[in-house]
Ligand binder design. Structure first.
Ligand code: LLP
Length: 426
């Protein structure tokens, strides 16, 4: 459930008509709903109830400071993949002791910063990374808390670009090698094994792959126990899907309930802290992208609705052939319906937000692209020298601009012309 709905034919975000957002902030513009973000976060914490847990929101999904700050106040931890994300979490008031650090290529300087601020855990993805982390922690006179990201070789049944738990993906340590790598970790002086981690993919719409992964991890935990290696937490990553169109992904409650049931059968399961790293299921349906129709261009084989948002603002349709609902913001005005490809201003044939959409629209109308709160703004670029859109958070009747539209000068800030004369040869 989200807080974007029609009232008398006008689309609202909470108590704010989106027409007002467009008037005050312009388009294209991302609009997030605070109540929806909070609701989606609480769905996880309530589902886990009294079982020890920490919900580490995946910052990559939507890293706006206002989003992070809101989740931090609700008690969230954070899953980060770069020092940039770490600094964002700190700037938003997040607690570093609730941060887990994922990613296959953690650099030395990133490890140093994460150790300095005292993060909860490094999710280590390879043997060389383990050795690098041990060396960095040793130089700082610290002990790094680690969890190994194990690749359980489970088919998540999702788009190949966002499937991460198969043998031929770059992520994690193959489950067959994990025991040996854990033994290596346990023997390194500047590391402390605290957890076990996996993340098998994104936009999963079935429970089975999650449960298969859990089963494989529990087998591994038994083997670790037999070697005297005990962990405090089990991190099952993110990946729970959302309804974009007619998908029916499990609700966090059902997801958590089936995992807890499986865990209860495992000796010691009640004490094992569960970590989750949800991104999309918290943020996607808490946001829309507002865009205005510039021109309607009827054609022999296709009609185009050319809008002011393009693939540089929202790349999911172009990159993953993702389907996101596109709906009018003001459905009160009489319009003739037609089928359109909704395309952006970027000079690429792949620049579309949706294809073959039945819409009753005219030039100048506002459209909302739904489910755009996750992997929307964060994946925006300046391609075609287009400033990135503004971001707004609605909260009841209030509207906060949580990121200004990028000014044109920002496009070339940090660039420089070549000197007039070449430097003298020596
Ligand atoms: N943890 C790790 C280690 C991850 O790699 C990811 C996402 C998450 C958590 C969060 O997964 P979520 O709950 O959001 O599914 N840009 C793509 C999605 C890429 C996901 C990458 N990893 C898209 O727009 O569909």
């Amino acid at each position: 459930m989200d807080h974007f709905e029609y009232r008398d034919g006008v689309l609202y975000g909470e108590e704010v008509p989106l027409l007002r957002v467009a008037d005050e902030v312009g388009t294209p513009c991302y609009v997030y709903s605070k109540a929806t973000l909070a609701r989606h976060f609480r769905a996880y914490t309530e589902a886990l109830g009294s079982h020890p847990h920490l919900i580490c929101y995946a910052v990559k999904a939507n890293s706006n400071l206002a989003v992070l700050g809101l989740l931090a106040r609700l008690g969230a931890g954070f899953d980060i993949v770069s020092v940039g994300e770490l600094e964002r979490v700190l700037a938003a008031g997040g607690n570093p002791a609730k941060v887990v650090f994922s990613g296959v290529a953690k650099q030395q300087a990133e490890m140093v910063r994460a150790l300095e601020v005292g993060i909860k855990c490094f999710n280590v993805e390879s043997r060389p990374e383990l050795e690098r982390l041990n060396a960095v922690a040793g130089q700082l006179g610290k002990v790094a808390p680690v969890s190994l990201r194990v690749n359980p070789d489970v088919d998540a049944g999702t788009h190949p670009y966002i499937s991460t738990g198969l043998k031929d993906n770059k992520f994690g340590i193959p489950v067959e090698e994990a025991l040996a790598v854990y033994e290596l970790a346990a023997g390194l002086p500047h590391l402390e094994v605290v957890g076990l981690d996996c993340h098998i993919g994104s936009q999963l719409t079935e429970l089975a792959p999650f449960l298969d992964a859990l089963d494989r991890l529990l087998v591994l935990l038994d083997k670790l126990k037999a070697q005297g290696i005990e962990v405090e937490h089990l991190d099952l990553g993110g990946g729970l899907g959302v309804p974009y169109r007619d998908e029916r992904p499990p609700a966090p409650f059902d997801y958590a309930a089936s995992l807890l049931e499986r865990l209860a059968q495992w000796p010691g399961g009640e004490q094992l802290t569960l970590l989750f790293e949800p991104g999309r299921s918290i943020a996607a349906n808490a946001g829309v992208l507002l865009t205005r129709v510039e021109f309607l261009k009827p054609g022999e084989t296709k009609n185009f609705a050319i809008v002011d948002a393009g693939m540089n603002d929202l790349i999911r349709p172009a990159l993953y052939q993702a389907w996101q609902a596109i709906i009018p913001v003001d459905a009160r005005r009489p319009r003739d319906a037609a089928t359109y490809d909704v395309v952006g201003p970027v000079c690429e044939t792949g620049d579309f937000l949706g294809k073959d959409r039945e819409l009753a629209i005219a030039e100048g109308d506002l459209l909302a692209v739904r489910s755009a709160g996750a992997y929307g703004f964060v994946m925006a670029s300046n391609y075609n020298s287009r400033p990135r859109p503004a971001e707004v958070m609605v909260d009841g009747e209030r509207l906060h601009v949580v990121r200004q539209r990028e000014p044109l000068e920002a496009l070339w800030a940090g660039e420089s012309l070549l000197p007039d004369k070449p430097p003298a040869a020596n």
